[in-house]
Design a protein around this ligand. Structure first.
Ligand code: PLP
Length: 427
């Protein structure tokens, strides 16, 4: 692999280089275990003196190929694939944060991540302060405590579709000496380059654009290898690990310490491992992610322009529109496109929203985004229905809000379907 290759080339070529007579395409290694000729070899594996595969809970050749490809594409030093995006978020925090410690997170997060941070991490003794990502640097700093160990935010937040102020968050991370963890699921390595913008760790729900075809739930953590763990705040990275005879991660693995620790310690103990078949599909998905994101973004922008002028539409939110408050940041941080997700307000409120969602023909009603196929959801009557109307509005879900994940079909067919469903919503 040539490290100077451009992202589109890395997407095809990185992660797997077959030798003569070996399969051209990365094989699905559907094996839990690996065979060795000597006890000494196995002993070296358990001492982490050799990088070979030991057990598929910890690593697997198909998964390694996917991990090497995404690490190369993000510009990181290594990656760890997980069974779901939720596991990637969880491990990214648990790897550096323990009971009694604290993280700061943007409040504009995917609902599942919000719930993990608001309910489950506190049960483990990790407190989370949710902050308004639009607050000033000085205000954001006020949420930090001596025991704060990370900042977590999404490239494009959900459901406001706000683009993160990377410059501000990178400055915050630098000043507070904690890593900036970015969920780049909506950004993808093609549209947004978090490590070049000051992030230290990137996570993805690969379930979305990386798989891209709605076949596999999965996640991945990518390590930028660019954070200094030697400040005394991260003893788990620098002090002996009794579960590996006193090994010190930073001393032994240098700038790979974070991602190796996540694998050999947390993945070993928690077992949120992806299936080799899913890693194969994610690897395949990465090969076309650049092409797909171009089309997703172009289709979403064209549809957003169309909806902005539509008499049955009250408002449109898409970060690629100049009317979106994040537009200057979109141009700066997502210059190749604003991804495929948008929201709009339908005239006629909740009733019209339900009718719209039930009237689309090409666009499917699916609790999902980031698929090659266009999909639609009316959150007030589905994902957010348990909330009171006041709670719904507080979480940004107004009764008229429709969420569209614009696919890569021909834009004329998408617009025609939206048009007929808008008309049907008023009957
Ligand atoms: N992050 C974002 C931005 C998401 O949209 C999702 C899922 O929708 C997740 C994380 C969680 O990923 P998964 O569903 O793969 O566990």
């Amino acid at each position: 692999m040539d490290t100077k290759w451009k992202l589109e080339t890395l997407a095809i070529q990185a992660g797997y280089s077959p030798k003569s007579t070996e399969p051209r395409i990365v094989p699905i290694v559907q094996s839990t275990t690996y065979k060795y000729d000597s006890a000494e070899h196995v002993a070296k594996l358990f001492d982490l003196d050799l990088p070979d595969h030991m057990y598929t809970r910890i690593s697997n050749p198909t998964t390694s190929a996917f991990e090497a490809k995404i690490a190369a594409m993000e510009g990181g030093v290594g990656a760890l694939a997980t069974s779901a995006g939720q596991a990637a978020s969880t491990l990214s925090i648990l790897n550096i944060c323990r009971s009694g410690q604290h993280i700061v997170a943007a409040s504009t997060l995917y609902g599942g991540t919000y719930s993990l941070f608001a309910n489950t991490l506190p049960k483990m003794g990790i407190e989370v302060s949710f902050v308004d990502p639009e607050a000033s640097l000085a205000d954001l700093k006020r949420h930090f405590r001596p025991e704060t160990r990370a900042i977590f935010a999404e490239t494009i937040g959900n459901p406001g579709l706000n683009v993160l102020d990377f410059d501000k968050f990178a400055a915050l991370a630098r000043e507070m000496e904690v890593p900036l963890i970015i969920d780049n699921t909506f950004g993808t390595p093609y549209l947004c380059r978090p490590f070049e913008l000051g992030a230290h760790i990137v996570i993805h729900s690969t379930t979305k654009y990386i798989d891209g075809h709605a076949t596999s739930v999965g996640g991945v953590i990518v390590d930028g290898g660019n954070f200094d763990w030697n400040t005394g705040k991260y003893p788990e990275m620098t002090e002996p690990d009794p579960s590996y005879h006193g090994l010190r991660y930073v001393e032994k693995f240098g700038n790979l310490a974070y991602i190796i620790k996540a694998r050999v310690q947390l993945m070993r103990d928690l077992g949120t491992t992806p299936a080799p078949m899913n890693s194969f599909l994610n690897n395949l998905g990465l090969e076309t992610v650049a092409l797909r994101m171009e089309r997703h973004s172009a289709n979403a922008l064209e549809l957003a322009h169309y909806l902005e002028k539509h008499p049955l539409v009250s408002w449109v939110k898409y970060p690629g529109l100049s009317s979106h408050p994040s537009y200057p940041r979109t141009q700066k941080y997502l210059p190749k496109g604003a991804s495929g997700v948008m929201t709009f307000g339908i005239k006629g409120g909740k009733e019209a929203g339900i009718k719209f969602m039930e009237s689309t023909k090409l666009i499917a009603l699916v609790v999902h985004v980031g698929d090659a196929r266009s999909c639609v959801l009316h959150p007030a009557s589905t994902t957010h229905r348990q909330l009171t109307p006041e709670q719904q509005v507080a979480s940004g879900v107004t009764p008229d809000l429709i969420r569209l994940s614009v696919g890569i079909e021909h834009i004329d067919d998408i617009i025609a379907d939206v048009e007929q469903a808008l008309q049907a919503s008023q009957k």
